[in-house]
Design a binder for this molecule. Structure first.
Ligand SMILES: Nc1ncnc2c1ncn2[C@@H]1O[C@H](COP(=O)(O)OP(=O)(O)OP(=O)(O)O)[C@@H](O)[C@H]1O
Length: 200
């Protein structure tokens, strides 16, 4: 039966909230076999782009194709997934979902400095105000694996990364035999036996 011996973590949040910065720093601290999966780039590399949204100036990903392509990576474990969507990844393959939150004023400044068009900036600010991604995470995963962290200042980012590294170290200690990749209710109970939320 397929098992993973390192946890898979989703780092999600509205564009500009710091997903890539967090994921890069996390992987540089955790090292091998942990690997950064910047999904926007990977979707292009693995030819999982469905179409282009002219209005929002963004690529539309073929999520089924993306998931088929990523499933073996997720089964290996140690994936640090960096994307603004999280619901596409099956619960059985995800151990922690980190939702980054940024104050609107700060997010606005970051998006302006990227040269985004006004409608794209507004769309992203609305997304953050309405907690779209946080809600998607709450709707898609067990509450004990979803954590919201503030990402307004550099110091917060450093603190967040330290907390996630500690969580990983505890996960590795708590799961010496790994966890199943299968959808097995009994084994799933075993998977959730550690107090994941308490550790982060
Ligand atoms: N906690 C933070 N404090 C200060 N600056 C930050 C923080 N997080 C990110 N930034 C800055 O905000 C900008 C956007 O960060 P980053 O590219 O990591 O966001 P993202 O969520 O990955 O965006 P996207 O979804 O568009 O890829 C970068 O210039 C980064 O340095």
């Amino acid at each position: 039966m397929s098992r993973r011996y390192h946890p898979n973590i989703i780092i999600t949040g509205t564009p500009g909230c710091g997903k890539s910065s967090h994921a890069t720093s996390l992987v540089s601290q955790l090292k091998d076999p942990f690997k950064h999966f910047p999904i926007s780039d990977i979707a292009k590399e693995r030819k999982c782009i469905d179409s282009y949204d002219e209005v929002l100036d963004t690529s539309v990903v073929d999520e089924d194709k993306l998931l088929d392509s990523l499933e073996p990576d997720l089964e290996n474990g140690g994936a640090i997934i960096d994307w603004h969507c999280c619901e596409v990844f099956p619960e059985r393959l995800i151990d922690l979902v980190v939702v980054l939150r940024t104050e609107n004023k700060k997010l606005y400044q970051r998006l302006v400095s990227r040269g985004y068009k006004n409608n794209k900036i507004q769309e992203n600010l609305d997304c953050e105000i309405m907690e779209i991604i946080a809600q998607e995470a709450r709707d898609s995963y067990e509450p004990n694996i979803v954590v919201e962290l503030n990402s307004n200042e550099v110091e917060e980012m450093e603190e967040n990364v330290d907390r996630i590294v500690s969580w990983v170290q505890n996960w590795l200690k708590d799961h010496p035999n790994g966890v199943t990749n299968e959808l097995d209710p009994k084994l799933k109970e075993d998977n959730s036996s550690s107090s994941d939320e308490d550790n982060i």
